[in-house]
Design a protein around this ligand. Structure first.
Ligand SMILES: [Zn+2]
Length: 382
């Protein structure tokens, strides 16, 4: 089906008509006399989604239909590609989660096109308090290639990103095997030494997962894994820029140092997209979600209990605080992750690229998604 949409290009603000043919952008042409202020932007890409709107990919009872529901809920907030994220757990639970997600993809073409991969975060991470974060320590272990291959089979080859810590013996060999098999390796939840970080990057590790979070409260001031990853120009970096996980000064520095290699992730839990209130969390017990989207432990309100903001809210926050322009923030949550995953792909608003788009309005300090198009199909409209 051929059709076109009109609006202002998110970057140039020039009125354009975007032609869509067979799931791809076929043409982009400037037009005169477009009086609407609607922006046309690339659909958002979120490499770290643990859950959304009451559904958690890590819970044993989560069904294929619920994976589809999360996909629809994410379309509604402008996300056209995401990686369901499965974290440290027992072999059985990880296997079951991977199977459910994979089966949901196999049974629905549009879900399959939206879930471009699965992010396995753990269990090959650090046991140190701080780096461990909210992962259950009992299931943390050193890298195990046979186990990983078994999980990759359960996922029918869909694990495309693995977050691990290179502090374990055998990490270099393991990273090489992952990368050779086509899996991107990210460093995160780590207490690794600077040398171990260097060796991991030499072996093919290419991303720092939510740099600055899941870290020790106190670190040696000069020699530590945060400086080492910031300084390594071969490492891309993902950030949770929700206004709670990292202070503005840290974000500003990460954006400058990793210029061109920075990716926004939501790391959303199932509490994202819910109303404010108190909820029961499978990890951490009772949690509180406030009106600003801050999720904390009820017993220790100063401690965060995960993320509860979709990417679009993170973008609005970055624009409001003037840390980024709207165009730059949008690209860090769309074009940049696509380039990280596939450097040869045609990204964003270009003829030949996937017709994964959103139409949005910027009014005062808020962003409203009006329409979302996935692979040329309208999947959300207000
Ligand atoms: Zn994490």
């Amino acid at each position: 089906m051929d059709y076109s949409i009109e609006g202002r290009h998110y970057k140039t603000l020039v009125p354009v008509r975007v032609g869509i043919t067979g799931g791809l952008i076929s043409k982009i042409e400037e037009i005169n006399g477009c009086d609407n202020q609607t922006l046309i932007a690339p659909g958002l890409v979120d490499l770290q989604v643990n859950g959304f709107q009451g559904i958690d990919f890590n819970e044993a009872h989560t069904t294929q239909e619920e994976v589809r529901q999360v996909t629809q809920s994410l379309w509604d907030v402008g996300v056209t590609t995401y990686f369901p994220t499965v974290i440290t757990n027992s072999d059985e639970r990880i296997s079951a989660s991977l199977h459910t997600i994979s089966a949901a993809c196999s049974n629905d073409q549009l879900v399959n096109q939206t879930v471009k991969g699965i992010h396995l975060e753990g269990p090959f991470i650090s046991k140190d308090p701080g780096p461990l974060g909210a992962h259950p320590e009992a299931y943390v272990q050193g890298p195990n290639w046979d186990l990983f291959c078994k999980w990759q089979d359960k996922a029918e080859g869909r694990i495309k990103l693995l977050t691990m810590s290179p502090e374990w013996p055998g990490s270099v060999d393991f990273i090489r095997k992952c990368v050779e098999s086509g899996v991107k390796v990210a460093l995160g939840h780590t207490a690794a030494s600077p040398l171990q970080i260097k060796e991991a990057v030499e072996a093919g590790a290419s991303l720092s997962t939510h740099l600055g979070n899941a870290a020790h409260v106190m670190l040696p001031r000069h020699t530590n894994y945060i400086w080492e990853q910031l300084a390594n120009d071969r490492l891309w970096c993902s950030c949770i820029a929700d206004g709670f996980h990292l202070p503005e000064a840290v974000l500003k520095i990460v954006f400058r140092v990793k210029s061109g290699k920075c990716i926004l992730v939501s790391d959303s839990t199932k509490f994202a997209g819910l109303d404010e209130g108190s909820y029961q969390s499978p990890i951490g017990g009772e949690v509180m979600l406030d009106s600003q989207g801050r999720l904390s432990l009820k017993a220790y309100p100063e401690l965060l209990a995960g993320s509860a903001k979709p990417l679009l809210d993170c973008i609005a926050y970055l624009v409001r605080t003037k840390l980024l322009s709207l165009a730059d923030a949008l690209e860090m949550a769309s074009i940049k992750p696509c380039q990280y995953l596939n450097p040869s792909a045609i990204p964003g608003l270009s003829p030949g690229s996937d017709a994964d788009l959103m139409l949005l309005n910027q009014k005062n300090e808020s962003l409203t998604v009006l329409k979302v198009i996935k692979s040329g199909q309208l999947v959300h409209s207000v």
